[in-house]
Design a protein around this ligand. Structure first.
Ligand SMILES: C[S@@+](CC[C@H](N)C(=O)[O-])C[C@H]1O[C@@H](n2cnc3c(N)ncnc32)[C@H](O)[C@@H]1O
Length: 270
């Protein structure tokens, strides 16, 4: 269902994880476990069709065919994520995994400013990072496509009166308002290229002058429409007329790009 950045694979017993990864990559593709300590290189002999048959994968995550590249050709549907959260409240282990803990710490450390007036956390999930970001903002909106995670995020951020949450699938739905910080963490690669371009346009229309835009993306093999690098580079290229790269960091697992809006009055143009 979700090779690489894959809750099902990562949070199940090793044997299941091994099997899952063996079967879910594109034919001939080498799939890597996301955790360095258990890095395993598996030559793929099966494909998504075989996986679907063997694991009985169906419904939201199995309904769309993968492109010959092994990638979903179009933006992942909200039902894909609803299905993921249906069986586990924290499928990526945001609250407990060392990867997420370290990624959140690095993201917070990379923020160029100590404090923001108005922040947007796109794809906030159950609000683990959102909660950590709250003290750095006067106001904060978290949005996600899954209603149940927003309930969880609201509960987690109950001690943050400055935070509010919104059901939205970007780029189709977008909050009103203007922001001096927009965080897009592990979300842009779920979009196809046209939707990524629309997301960039949404961001351009919503950023205050000199706002910061933070992109974080896992770099492992997935079947998402875009790789982590393609998502980040595509965003950066699309935003070149209104934002420049301020800092970039790369670990074995993810990349973190911080952009600064350069266009005066960027949000007034659209
Ligand atoms: C991998 S989680 C990332 C959570 C958090 N941002 C982080 O970095 O830890 C991706 C989240 O984005 C949400 N999501 C996926 N596509 C989305 C879209 N088009 N609009 C808004 N949220 C989306 C999913 O429901 C999921 O909760």
């Amino acid at each position: 269902m979700d090779p690489g950045r894959c809750p099902e694979a990562r949070n199940r017993p090793e044997s299941m994880r091994f099997f899952h990864r063996t079967m879910t990559g594109a034919p001939g593709q080498i799939v890597r476990d996301r955790r360095p300590v258990s890095r395993r290189f598996l030559l793929q002999s099966g494909g998504v069709a075989a996986t679907g048959i063997l694991l009985g994968i169906r419904g939201a995550a199995g309904a769309e065919a993968n492109a010959p590249t092994g990638r979903r050709p179009t933006t992942l549907d909200p039902d894909y994520f609803k299905g993921m959260y249906a069986t586990e409240s924290d499928p990526w282990k945001f609250a407990t995994s060392p990867y997420e803990r370290d990624k959140y710490a690095a993201t917070l450390a990379a923020l160029p400013r100590t404090h923001y007036a108005s922040a947007l956390d796109v794809g906030c999930s159950i609000g683990v990072f959102t909660h950590q970001l709250c003290p750095r903002c006067d106001a904060l909106i978290g949005l996600d496509v899954v209603p149940s995670v927003l309930d969880a995020a609201r509960a987690r951020c109950a001690d943050c009166p400055n935070a509010r949450f919104m059901l939205a699938a970007v780029p189709g739905t977008w909050p009103a308002g203007q922001f001096d910080l927009i965080v897009i963490s592990e979300v842009a690669y779920y979009l196809d290229r046209p939707d990524l371009a629309r997301l960039v346009a949404r961001v351009e229309g919503a950023v205050l002058p000199e706002a910061d835009i933070v992109l974080v993306h896992w770099l492992g093999v997935t079947h998402y429409p875009l790789s982590g690098d393609d998502a980040a580079e595509g965003f950066i290229a699309g935003a070149r007329d209104f934002a420049r790269v301020l800092t970039q960091a790369r670990t074995a697992e993810y990349r973190l790009d911080v952009l600064r809006v350069t266009k005066p009055g960027a949000s007034s143009g659209r």
